[in-house]
Every structure is written in structure tokens, then in C-alpha cells.
Design a protein around this ligand. Structure first.
Ligand SMILES: [Zn+2]
Length: 429
């Protein structure tokens, strides 16, 4: 029997003292989890908001903690009987839900075109790798988990948004728990209404490090959480009088998007990082796992995510590798120059932004623009057929060169479109 260790207390700037189960502590103490220390939560935004250098590491601990708090509050409800194993699984999912993020979090998803890949799927791959590499099976069994069922349950908790998009209700094709336990799938990531502990943590944490106000009170909301039967499912619900607290939650989200996540300078810097990584891609070699012939496999920035041993080594640190390569490498010059420009504030210039009052069909853009527009649509999480908003950046930082770009790009947009849209821009560099 492997020793399970002790509960540990973490001092968190957002939640205060955070006491975690020994199995969670064990997971935190692995190289695969520690990797998150070097992945910034807000990508390029830290180059605009100087305090926003927090990482996926502390966010993940915060989500595990809040998942435990919500489970505990719900368990006061008679008849719910959430087992200690269920609580632990939900907390493990909270801890591991972002393991699959690449350098600069969401920026990595935009660097290389690969439609089927998501960081959630990589989180599950990395979780499996973490369990195997660190021989955590015994620790999990000793902590009361049923591996045959609970490993699937944890994976599904991490993937629940994707699964429920592909297999929407009324089907119930999840293996980890039966349909009457559906509320457990709403704690870490809530596909139904977006009210989940992942957001509660990053809203509070991002506001704290950005220096912005957050009037949403998740502790108060947790107190009124109940599970109610609705449409054959058991769903997490809140008291009606909490509606204003929830308005605050959605306002905080809106405000974070407007003021930080989509800040035009942060977006320009994000784009420069993406371009630098694309240039450097083939020229960075990352050692991965050993293949069947006993050879160490080598991966690049794009393919490292296919091998969890290589992916464990891929973090924001790549920036320094490009800027200060061990051996002079002419192929990295273009990427290095772009990253150096960020450090000397010689940035891409934003020519304009469109914030559509309604969704705008991509077909209304000329073909030469629509490819770039579709990519930008993905950047903002919109579908590839519609744009909710889009931005044009010039690679030039000088006003006169940027002006030339503005005229050039304006001519690519259909004239009738310019007159019908409230605002109109496209991403072209
Ligand atoms: Zn998260």
C-alpha cells in the first residue's frame, strides 16, 4: 500500500487558506502539474497589465478548492449523498482541467491550424500521462477511488463541454456517473449556463492581478446552491434573490473581455507572439518519448502536443529560447526580431475594430479577406461562418506605414458591407 501523505494548506491570495486532500497534493507535486507555473493565465495581456503575470498553476489550485467548497455546500442538502470519492474526483478534475494548455494559454490554440485539437482534450491526455508517469494508481485506490469508473468520470468532467456539444440532451452517454448525478457535471465546467467554479476562480483571480474591481460574490452564491430536478436531470440552481449577484458575475465577464482579454494592444502583442512561434516552429526541437525502436522522438512547437513527454517541456519559456538561442540559428532571426520588438514596445498597430450589433456573415467579405477573417473569428471563439467582431492590425508600428495598410485593407472590403456594418475591420498582417 502506497502511503497517501497528509493534507496540506496553501496560502492563496484569492481564497485565503486552501486545505487540500493528500491525493491533490500528490498531483500538484508532479512535473506535469508544475509545468503550469510557466504558462501565463492571460497570454500576452501581461505585457499591457503589469500585474497580470499569474499562471495556470494557481488558477488550477483555486478551481480544485472551489469545486470542494461547492460540493460541500450541496451535500448539506438531504438525500444528495455525494460520496467522498465523488468529491475527490470533482476536485481532481478542477485541478487538472487546464493541464493541456500550451504556451500563453489560448494563444497556443491560435498558432497552428488544427481544427480538431482543443486544450481540453490535451488536458485529458496530460492527466493520463501524469497518472502513469508518477504511478498514482495506488494512491488513487488508497484514497477510495474506483479506477474502472472514476478515471473515466474525471476525464468526462474535464471534457464535459465538448461531450455535451457533440451529444446534447436528452442522450446520456457518459460513463462515469448515471444521469441522476448530472449535477456533478456542472461544477467544474457548466455547459448549460456557464455558471461554474472555473469562472468563479478566474474572474476573481484575473480581476485581482489586473487591478480591476469584481463585485460578484461567489461565496454568497455557494450558500444558496441547491440541486433541483428539471427535464429528467438534476441541475444546480440558485435562490431567486441571487439574481443580482449573477448579473454582477456576467458583468464581470463582460468587463474582463472588454478591458483586458480583448484589449487591442494585448491582441496586437498576442498576434506578434503567434507569428514568432509560427516562424520558429520547425527550428525548435523538443525531445519527447522513446519510440518502439528505442529512439528518442523529436518534436517541434506544433507537434509537441502529440507527445505528452515533449509537451511537458513546452511552456512560455520558449520565448527566451527564441530570443537567446544556445547556438546561433539564422532561421530563428525573424522570430527573435518579432519578440524583441515586444520588449522595445515597437508593436503592431491596431487599425480598427468591428463590434457588430449582430453576427456578420463571413461571405460578405471579399475572398481575399475572408480567410484571414475566419481565422480571426476562431480567435474570438465565433463560428467560422459568422463574425461577432474582428480587428485589423498592421505589422508596422509607424503611423505612416500603418496608414498605408489601412487604405490597402479598406479596399479589400466590399463597399456595400462598409455602409451596412456599424464598424468594420479585418485581421491582416
Ligand atoms: Zn480554467
Amino acid at each position: 500500500m502506497a502511503a497517501i501523505g497528509d493534507y496540506k494548506v496553501f496560502n492563496d491570495p484569492i481564497h485565503g487558506l486552501v486545505k487540500l486532500h493528500p491525493l491533490l497534493v500528490k498531483i500538484i507535486g508532479t512535473p506535469q502539474f508544475q509545468r503550469l507555473r510557466n504558462i501565463k493565465q492571460l497570454g500576452g495581456t501581461s505585457y499591457v497589465y503589469p500585474g497580470a503575470t499569474h499562471s495556470r498553476f494557481e488558477h488550477s489550485i483555486g478551481v480544485a478548492y472551489l469545486a470542494g467548497e461547492l460540493v460541500q455546500a450541496l451535500n448539506n442538502q438531504p438525500g444528495l449523498n455525494i460520496t467522498p470519492a465523488e468529491k475527490l474526483c470533482v476536485q481532481i478534475a478542477g485541478l487538472c482541467h487546464d493541464l493541456g494548455h500550451g504556451p500563453f494559454s489560448h494563444l497556443y490554440e491560435e498558432m497552428f491550424e488544427r481544427n480538431e485539437w482543443t486544450h481540453e482534450m490535451a488536458s485529458v491526455d496530460m492527466f493520463d500521462h501524469l497518472v502513469e508517469e508518477n504511478n498514482l494508481m495506488d494512491n488513487m485506490t488508497n484514497a477510495g477511488l474506483n479506477l474502472a469508473l472514476d478515471l473515466d468520470f474525471i476525464r468526462e468532467l474535464c471534457l464535459v463541454k465538448l461531450i455535451l456539444t457533440i451529444l446534447p440532451p436528452p442522450q446520456w452517454l457518459l460513463n462515469g456517473r448515471p444521469e441522476d448525478r448530472s449535477f456533478l457535471y456542472e461544477i467544474v465546467a457548466n455547459k448549460r449556463n456557464g455558471i461554474d467554479v472555473d469562472k468563479w476562480d478566474y474572474f476573481a483571480r484575473d480581476c485581482h492581478y489586473l487591478g480591476m474591481k469584481n463585485s460578484f460574490d461567489y461565496q454568497r452564491l455557494i450558500l444558496s446552491a441547491r440541486v433541483c430536478a428539471w427535464d429528467n436531470r438534476n441541475e444546480i440552481c440558485f435562490r431567486d434573490k441571487e439574481v443580482f449577484n449573477l448579473y454582477d458575475m456576467f458583468y464581470t465577464r463582460f468587463s474582463l473581455h472588454k478591458r483586458a482579454y480583448k484589449h487591442k494592444v494585448a491582441k496586437a502583442i498576442g498576434l506578434m507572439i503567434i507569428h514568432a512561434f509560427r516562424i520558429a516552429n520547425e527550428h525548435i526541437q523538443i525531445r519527447g518519448s522513446v519510440n518502439d525502436d528505442g529512439e528518442v522522438q523529436i518534436f517541434n512547437l506544433n507537434t509537441a502536443r502529440d507527445d505528452m513527454e515533449a509537451y511537458t517541456k513546452l511552456t512560455d519559456d520558449v520565448v527566451e529560447l527564441i530570443r537567446n538561442p544556445q547556438n546561433a540559428n539564422a532561421a530563428l532571426t525573424g522570430a527573435k526580431e518579432l519578440l524583441d520588438r515586444i520588449h522595445s514596445r515597437n508593436l503592431y498597430k491596431c487599425l480598427g475594430e468591428i463590434v457588430g450589433a449582430r453576427e456578420f456573415p463571413c461571405e460578405n467579405l471579399l475572398p481575399s479577406v475572408s480567410g484571414a477573417a475566419a481565422r480571426e473569428a476562431e480567435f474570438h471563439g465565433a463560428s467560422d461562418r459568422f463574425l461577432a467582431e474582428m480587428s485589423i492590425f498592421s505589422p508596422h508600428s509607424s503611423r505612416s506605414e500603418a496608414e498605408k495598410s489601412r487604405r490597402h485593407h479598406s479596399s479589400l472590403l466590399r463597399s456595400d458591407m462598409l455602409s451596412t456594418l456599424p464598424l468594420c475591420t479585418a485581421l491582416l498582417c
